[in-house]
Write a protein that binds this ligand. Structure first.
Ligand SMILES: Cc1cc2nc3c(=O)[nH]c(=O)nc-3n(C[C@H](O)[C@H](O)[C@H](O)COP(=O)(O)OP(=O)(O)OC[C@H]3O[C@@H](n4cnc5c(N)ncnc54)[C@H](O)[C@@H]3O)c2cc1C
Length: 423
């Protein structure tokens, strides 16, 4: 650290922290950005399977529908900096973007790494001093509010003074990227409420599970969620079998409600419709046609015409038929059972993935304690929060990163104005 006093100190060099620091420096603030890992933006670098789905081009109202629990909180942040602003900023940095299915935006290079490197270089160009391997341990407050912090660095503990501070420490999931939940402690220690933390966008563990089908991805299927025997929603798209259950985009989209229901001790089941394009009558007609065409063949011949190879054995076991046995084994009642399995294959949810594998954290610093116009704390003057540390989370599709970028930008702007005495 070049100095011991700054206008602004930002904790955490992820998507939110980089934007906050860069924007504040752009407005003339002296900014120190502290990152505990040896490299900034580790989570951004692995986002979108290494491709970084950085935002989504859906219109504002549709964008907000993807966000929980209080989407309206983001109106001002999105007003200050939204998807087109992000794309324009990246283009200025030399990162071209492209829009794919579902309005999801990625860098043309398909490399999250390029986005991270460009943001780091941009922040430095604005004058931000970035210091790695510097873990903030404690915030320091005085009678005026935020006064600075204590940081543990390779050279030992150090006190840094600053007029303003921004906590951009991320959530609790994927702790290997550095976001292990420190920001929630800082928030609590300085009198903020933290809404209960839960892993979200996470795979589910089911009974039965089919470890031998692990890796099998099913496209164009429908997954319905049942909580305490009531249907709670359904999603159409892609699901994947895992060692212990199910994963994939449609599972992730339902996972927020699943995690809450499991935590509340409710009975949760999901039902997989493998043939959503066919109603039961049409599917039965198709089944009869396939059986007619395979007269004299085996059960597995029929099942292969209906299912991916990895599920043929699963279905022969469920139907209690011999795979190589004659098709005549499939009597009318078994045909009904097969139809049922194809349209309404039930799995009891017995658990979900841990913090290690959850894509985002639901819960966080209570929005009641934050001013949506500035991202400033309502409890400590000069302190701001941005990114996943806030009680905001969204579906997959680029919405979570946009939350981090937008709240970071607004927090940086507000803190710079405050530090300069403007606000
Ligand atoms: C595998 C995976 C894939 C994802 N893919 C996508 C995607 O494609 N699109 C999308 O929109 N979202 C995606 N997300 C979610 C998205 O990456 C996050 O929501 C977003 O990165 C959060 O940004 P942030 O800046 O708030 O926090 P983070 O990116 O987690 O940054 C927080 C930073 O703070 C640092 N830090 C923490 N504590 C301290 C401390 N005490 N002192 C100093 N530094 C500290 C951490 O080391 C970290 O660098 C994905 C997440 C995961 C895990």
């Amino acid at each position: 650290m070049k100095r011991s006093s700054y206008d602004l100190v930002v904790i955490g060099a992820g998507a939110a922290g980089l934007l906050a620091a860069g924007r504040a420096a752009m407005l003339g603030a002296s900014v120190l950005l502290l990152e505990k890992m040896e490299k900034p933006a580790r989570k951004l670098r692995i986002s979108g399977k290494g491709r970084a789905n950085i935002t989504n081009m859906k219109a504002l109202e549709d964008h907000l529908k993807e966000i929980h629990p209080e989407p309206r909180f983001l109106r001002q942040a999105f007003g200050a900096f939204f998807n087109r602003d992000l794309i324009a900023l990246l283009e200025e940095m030399g990162v071209e973007t492209k829009t794919e299915r579902g309005e999801r935006v990625f860098p043309v290079s398909d490399k999250a790494w390029d986005v991270a490197e460009a943001l780091v270089a941009w922040a430095k160009r604005q004058g931000v001093e970035i210091v790695h391997q510097s873990r903030v341990e404690k915030l320091i407050l005085d009678e005026n509010g935020f006064a600075g912090l204590m940081v543990a660095s390779t050279a030992g503990p150090r006190r840094i003074e600053a007029k303003c501070g921004i906590v951009a420490t991320g959530g609790r999931s994927y702790p290997g990227t550095g976001s292990s939940g420190d920001g929630f402690l800082f928030a609590e220690q300085t009198g903020h409420r933290v809404d209960p933390l839960r892993p979200s966008l996470v795979a589910i563990e089911t009974n039965p599970s089919f470890p031998r089908a692990k890796g099998l991805s099913l496209k164009n299927v429908q997954l319905s969620l049942w909580i305490a025997e009531k249907k709670q929603g359904s999603e159409f798209g892609e699901a994947e079998f895992t060692e212990k259950g199910l994963d994939g985009p449609i599972v992730l989209r339902l996972s927020r409600r699943i995690v809450d229901a499991v935590a509340a001790g409710q009975r949760v089941t999901v039902s997989l419709d493998l043939k959503p394009a066919l109603d039961p009558q049409k599917l039965e007609a198709r089944l009869l046609r396939e059986m007619e065409a395979r007269k004299g063949g085996s059960c597995q011949d029929l099942l292969r015409s209906l299912l991916p190879p990895q599920l043929v054995e699963v279905f022969t076991l469920a139907l209690h038929v011999k795979p190589t046995g004659p098709l005549s084994q499939i009597t009318a009642p078994l045909r009904k059972k097969l139809l049922h399995l194809l349209k309404d294959w039930r799995f009891e949810v017995v658990g979900h993935g841990s913090w290690e594998r959850a894509i985002v954290t639901a819960g966080g610093v209570s929005l009641k304690d934050i001013d949506p116009k500035t991202m400033a704390s309502r409890r400590v003057r000069g302190l701001y929060f941005a990114g996943e540390v806030l009680d905001l989370d969204a579906n997959t599709g680029g919405f979570n990163l946009q939350i981090a970028f937008s709240t970071g930008w607004l927090a940086g702007e507000s803190a710079a104005r405050k530090a300069s005495g403007e606000a």
